[in-house]
Design a protein around this ligand. Structure first.
Ligand SMILES: Nc1nc2c(ncn2[C@@H]2O[C@H](COP(=O)(O)OP(=O)(O)OP(=O)(O)O)[C@@H](O)[C@H]2O)c(=O)[nH]1
Ligand SMILES: [Mg+2]
Length: 433
């Protein structure tokens, strides 16, 4: 099994800041507060998309940021929410925490969505801080930053298309042309003993190609190596039927060869006869091959099967063939998944457990206050605004921070750190609300 991997950094949008503003009216010197709230930041969402088949795009672009919410404005105008970023990943993508390696979610169904970084809440505008004694609050909250983290993506590949044909038809040579796969290539039958998978990219399409060991007459009864690998072909949506236009060592008639392989496929499983096929006439560079190619083209037209004459050695015809395969795979995937229902996006990181308030004393005698709730209070405070800082002090005291610090032995003048900010402890400094 071939494993496709990527590591990406995701950052959700920051929340917009709340606004501090006052109504301006003709005959009123100072109107009431009317600052709107900041908008929420956008989320980063992964979505299982049946038209994506590899994580190859995430090898190149690895940083993804959702938009921030805009700031609130006067006249109680709230800021706009930041747009989400939705990243398409193939079905079968496993999301893992990069630090712990823990599996967070398995995206197995088309349309399944996972929120991997949640946007920050917008700050509240000054209208929220009016009290009986504070009619004109001259402060507002800042927005919360969006979450950010590195996640690992892993995908176990299933082939979209399988290269099928007699030994030495050039299947391994073709997969080497179409992808970064480098299987052994040699002029003797059964060079390939186990299937090789490669990721092919043609224009906007990418898909997985399998190179399977050669089939011979009787493969469906267990002759040669074909038996086990016919089972592999069963799961691929498209068969790339490779024909040796030179006839090979056996000087096989190319058209008779096509029918012989098809007979083996349908003897193995009747539905393989109905599987969409593309015929690839390989080795068109060899003298005399174009006459064989013309005959295969007539057969293909009669049976309404797409046909491409190619050379794995010179590269002739490879590009249009790869595009056609990409288009067909894309159409087959959409047809297979069009009936799937839309999914609700699920937030996949468990809520933090550290809601509890704790106080630790560091080696340097400083006090470290921890707790999501109180850290959040500090993050949304505009520290250059005295009124906002006084409001924070009151909130922290109400949350029990002062009592916890006194219990931990903190004295006035000690350094207190909460989240991103440090303060000097002053147990009586703030006026009561
Ligand atoms: N001239 C020419 N030779 C080719 C071409 N493609 C493959 N060959 C040669 O054909 C021989 C067989 O190629 P492989 O790619 O190993 O064939 P295969 O279908 O994978 O064979 P098995 O794994 O044994 O089933 C090698 O000697 C290749 O160099 C081509 O387009 N032109
Ligand atoms: Mg091979």
């Amino acid at each position: 099994m071939f494993v496709d991997e990527a590591r990406i950094f995701v950052k959700a949008g920051d929340g917009g800041a709340g606004c501090k503003s006052f109504r301006r009216e003709k005959h009123v010197p100072k109107g009431g507060p009317d600052g709107g709230d900041g908008g929420r930041g956008g989320d980063v969402v992964l979505e299982a998309d049946p038209s994506a088949s590899t994580l190859i795009d995430y090898q190149f672009k690895r940083h993804f940021k959702a938009r921030r919410g805009t700031h609130g404005m006067g006249s109680r105008m709230d800021g706009a929410e930041g747009a989400d970023v939705v990243l398409a990943v193939p079905l079968g993508t496993v999301i893992k925490d990069d630090e712990t390696g823990r599996t967070i979610m398995d995206l197995t169904h088309a349309g399944q969505r996972a929120i991997v970084a949640r946007g920050g809440q917008g700050g509240r505008g000054n209208t929220h801080f009016v009290t009986a004694v504070r009619r004109a609050p001259a402060f507002a909250e800042l927005g919360m930053p969006g979450e950010e983290r590195t996640i690992a993506l892993e995908m176990k590949l299933l082939a979209d298309a399988a290269l099928v044909g007699f030994p030495s038809a050039g299947k391994s040579s073709l997969i080497a042309r179409m992808s970064a796969a480098r299987p052994k290539i040699a002029d003797y039958p059964f060079t390939t003993l186990v299937p090789n998978l490669g990721v092919a990219k043609a224009g906007e399409y990418s898909y997985v190609v399998a190179d399977v060991p050669g089939l011979i007459e009787g493969a469906s009864e267990g002759v040669g190596l074909g038996h086990a690998f016919l089972r592999h072909i069963e799961r691929t949506a498209l068969i790339l039927h490779v024909i040796d236009l030179s006839g090979g060592h056996e000087q096989r008639d190319p058209v008779a060869g096509i029918t012989a392989i098809d007979a083996e496929l349908s003897a193995h499983a009747a539905e393989l006869a109905l599987r969409p096929q593309i015929l690839l006439g390989n080795k068109i560079d060899i003298p005399g091959a174009s006459e064989a190619s013309d005959r295969v083209a007539v057969f293909a037209a009669e049976h309404e099967i797409p046909y491409f004459a190619v050379s794995a050695v010179t590269g002739d015809g490879i590009e249009p063939m790869m595009r056609a395969v990409g288009e067909t795979v894309h159409a087959l995937r959409l047809a297979a998944h069009h009936e799937e229902q839309p999914y609700e996006a699920v937030y996949v990181y468990a809520p933090p457990e550290d809601e509890d308030l704790t106080v630790e004393q560091t080696a340097r005698g400083e006090f470290l206050v921890k707790g999501k709730h109180v850290e959040r209070m500090v993050i949304i405070t505009e520290m250059s605004n005295d009124e906002a800082v006084a409001h924070l002090q009151r909130r922290l005291r109400r949350a029990g921070v002062e009592a916890a610090l006194l219990e931990a032995g903190a004295a006035d003048g000690d350094t207190i750190t909460i989240g991103p900010a440090s303060f000097e402890f002053d147990s009586e400094g703030a006026e009561t609300p």
